[in-house]
Design a protein around this ligand. Structure first.
Ligand SMILES: [Cu+2]
Length: 86
């Protein structure tokens, strides 16, 4: 299982993750931003939608993906991060 961590603080850090295609992955989102805007992180393409309170973290498990670039975003699609499967 490949893993990655993203810190939510004024956006997503790092803004771009690189993962291996055709393998499951777990991404842990660590919430360090108090804005309601960033309290939700979601991706239709990757199949998750989570509300993460300040000071907590949540790990999402993502099914194997084909090579490509997949986006995730805050609840209103204002902040975006990407996952590059290669
Ligand atoms: Cu937003």
């Amino acid at each position: 299982m490949q893993t990655a961590t993203v810190i939510i603080k004024g956006g997503y850090q790092p803004a771009e993750l690189h993962l291996q295609a055709q393998q499951s992955a777990q991404i842990t989102f660590q919430q360090e931003d108090s804005s309601s805007c960033l309290s939700t992180v979601q991706s239709t393409a990757l199949g998750f939608n989570e509300k993460i309170p300040l000071g907590t973290h949540k790990t999402v498990t993502i099914a194997p993906q084909a090579p490509g670039v997949y986006n995730y975003a805050c609840g209103m699609n204002m902040f975006q991060g990407k996952v590059v499967y290669e």
